[in-house]
Ligand binder design. Structure first.
Ligand code: IVH
Length: 667
């Protein structure tokens, strides 16, 4: 046999075994035999580099580390799912479908587990894996192809015949329970960050710039649907499509079932709830999808979710354990959060040893003490929380929890704001904890995006006093960084390059990066679009600010107070002096012809979706609010508008139908 033939034969053999092992869950050789085949192929490829191919099973890992992830546009948006939390919600879902389709026979659904992972899109061109991307905001995701290629459960090429020219498979990358436990054990031993849940661990693993790191993470995959398909035919039901994907070598849930009628859905839910703890991965509910693709198309979408599918969530799980200690953590705004240190306990698929106690008022109201047996609740990816203490089992030596007299980090005074139930360190940026959080926020991906400025480095920069404000970041030298323990010259230079790169930013990112209280990304964007540049914003009054979408009196006050503080302005000027810059946004005042007007949208619109209508209104300066008040200028009422329309009528607010709205938008 020629060497080339032998190489191809080995590759095919290895892929067949991969398929049997990962997809069919039915291996026919031992791990040792598999490893031997793999090594044989590696040896042959090394001796005959002319036969190396980038889709050989030996070439899954090997791409060089990236600096950032390129963007990928999803031609078919990646949507989310609506949630149902009760049988009644599921019944409503089915009623809505029946109403819309005017069908009276029971509807066929697929039912499958809802995995707690990260949604990914895999694009196969002529059967070969071309790109893999995260969901991102649904329209633009990140290109994580090199990382996804390291997941052996994901085929580099499809098996069999008849694949469309272009096939986009969507599914979930997740970390099984066992792998998650091992990962966190390792992290704990090496003083690395512990992942809060398998979902965070999967997301963190997929977002590694170096695929060699991803390759070491125990990632797994299930397909659950399709995106863009071109040049080829597929079956006409959800179930048959999934079976087809399985034949082509993609893993689908072994628990995927066809069920008819809502009763059968609810029965499936009960069965899966019983099976949940025995599954090797975490699920947080089940998903029902209308089986017929023709009916799916008829039903379509509403805002960000399909009308033909729903996630039926499991209720939160509760367990009892002992509260060993309480520590107070200081956040970016100085808020002190009591964190419960618990006797480790297994709940909803993972072992936890920390939970939040929210704030001091709750501790007092619930009379929770150190040493108590406490009920801990965990739901999906939400941070576990202490729900209550079993006071009847209270040990005699249980200790009351006291607020520290001063900040546990900087020892500044502490203030308690009664009406907001928060306790704050008054140290501001003098407090190392607040400074660290402020820097972390400033550097984060959606703010200044300083790649490589991780928690550990921030910690050291602040603790050594080298960085006092975010502006100091831009005066760091190679020497400063090299002096930090464990920082190689190459990574130090990379970080300096990243800092330099981050200087060129956008106004909205800069605003968000400043970390003004309650100014999130969306508000920063609105502020940037409205004011165009820093100067007009810095001199804006509370009244002027409140004209903007999302800005109420509280936020307006935070913004004004922020710019009144001299030290904040000093930092801003220092940043600009260091070279931080952006292009001012040119505001076309003529375009903002609805500025100052407040709209409320209600009922179903026919031509526009509600999100589209909202976006279009905001583009021309209008504010869109969720509730009708005397301040509302217009209510746009679609079909089956309910209480908001009534309220508008009673308040004498002007009411528009969709046609009138469209006309108005045309100016
Ligand atoms: S279908 C258009 N099926 O849940 C509908 N999603 O909460 C696309 N998820 O973004 C999703 N298991 O990442 C579907 N069996 C399953 C799922 C599943 C987990 C994720 C998915 C989606 C999110 C929505």
């Amino acid at each position: 046999m020629s060497i080339e033939k032998k190489v191809i034969e080995l590759r095919n053999k290895i892929e067949d075994h991969n398929y049997r092992y990962y997809v069919l869950d039915d291996p026919i050789i031992s791990d040792a035999e598999y490893d031997a085949l793999f090594r044989e192929l590696q040896t042959l490829e090394k001796a005959h580099p002319e036969y190396i191919s980038d889709d050989s099973p030996t070439k899954r890992v090997g791409a060089k580390p990236l600096k950032t992830f390129p963007e990928i546009q999803h031609v078919v948006p990646m949507l989310s799912l609506d949630n149902a939390f009760s049988d009644e919600d599921v019944n409503d879902f089915s009623e809505r479908i029946i109403d819309r389709l005017k069908i009276h026979a029971a509807i066929e659904f697929t039912a499958e587990p809802k995995l707690d992972g990260v949604a990914v899109s895999l694009v196969y061109e002529k059967g070969k894996l071309k790109t893999a991307a995260t969901r991102g905001d649904g329209v633009t995701g990140e290109d994580i192809t090199n990382n996804v290629r390291t997941i052996r459960m994901i085929p580099l090429h499809l098996r069999g015949k008849g694949h469309p020219n272009l096939l986009e498979v969507r599914g979930e990358v997740y970390i099984p329970k066992e792998g998650f436990a091992a990962l966190n054990d390792y992290a704990a031993k090496h003083h690395e960050k512990i992942f809060a849940n398998p979902r965070n661990a999967a997301a963190g693993s997929l977002r590694q710039l170096d695929p060699a790191v991803t390759a070491k993470r125990p990632l797994a995959f299930f397909g659950h649907g399709l995106g863009l398909v071109e040049g080829g035919d597929l079956p006409d039901t959800q179930y048959d499509i999934m079976m087809q994907l399985h034949t082509w070598g993609l893993r689908v849930s072994p628990d995927l079932k066809k069920v008819t009628g809502i009763e059968a859905c609810l029965h499936y839910y009960k069965k899966m709830a019983e099976k949940r703890e025995h599954l090797p991965y975490e699920i947080d509910g089940v998903v029902y999808k209308v089986n017929s693709i023709a009916l799916q198309k008829k039903l379509g979408f509403i805002s960000r979710a399909p009308r033909w599918a729903i996630a039926h969530k499991f209720p939160a799980e509760e367990v009892v354990t002992t509260l060993n200690a309480v520590e107070f953590q200081v956040g970016r705004t100085g808020a002190l959060t009591p964190v419960a240190r618990l006797e480790p306990v297994f709940v909803a698929g993972v072992t936890i040893s920390n939970a939040t106690l929210h704030n001091m008022d709750e501790i007092v109201r619930k009379d929770i003490r150190i040493g108590d047996r406490v009920v801990v609740r965990r739901a999906g990816d939400v941070i576990p929380q202490v729900v209550r203490a079993l006071t009847q089992h209270r040990p005699v030596n249980a200790k009351k929890i006291h607020l520290p007299k001063t900040c546990p980090v900087c020892h500044s005074a502490i203030e308690h704001i009664e009406e907001m139930a928060v306790t704050r360190c008054t140290g501001g940026l003098f407090c190392a904890a607040q400074r660290k959080e402020a820097i972390r926020h400033f550097a984060s991906r959606r703010a200044m995006d300083i790649v490589g400025l991780g928690d550990k480095i921030i910690e050291k920069l602040v603790d050594t006093g080298r960085v006092k404000t975010v502006a100091d970041l831009y005066h760091l030298t190679l020497n400063d960084l090299a002096e930090l323990e464990r920082m190689a010259e190459k990574s130090a230079q990379n970080l300096l390059d990243e800092l330099e790169k981050s200087k060129s930013t956008t106004f909205q990112r800069f605003l968000y990066a400043l970390g003004i209280r309650e100014v999130g990304e969306a508000t920063a964007r609105q502020l940037a679009l409205h004011f165009g540049d820093l100067k007009p914003l810095m001199s804006a009054t509370e009244e002027a600010l409140q004209e903007i979408q999302d800005v109420g009196p509280v936020v307006a006050k935070h913004i004004v107070t922020f710019f009144q503080e001299k030290h904040n302005c000093d930092v801003i000027y220092a940043l600009i002096k260091a070279g931080v810059r952006w292009d001012p946004i040119v505001i076309d005042h003529k375009k903002l012809f609805l500025s100052g007007k407040t709209f409320v949208l209600t009922g179903t619109l026919n031509t526009l979706t509600r999100d589209e209508a909202k976006e279009k209104l905001q583009e021309v300066g209008a504010k869109v609010s969720g509730s009708v008040s005397p301040k509302t200028d217009y209510v746009v009422a679609g079909s089956d508008a309910g209480s908001k329309l009534k309220k508008a009528e009673s308040l004498g607010v002007k009411i528009l139908d969709e046609a009138a709205l469209i006309k108005m938008l045309e100016g």
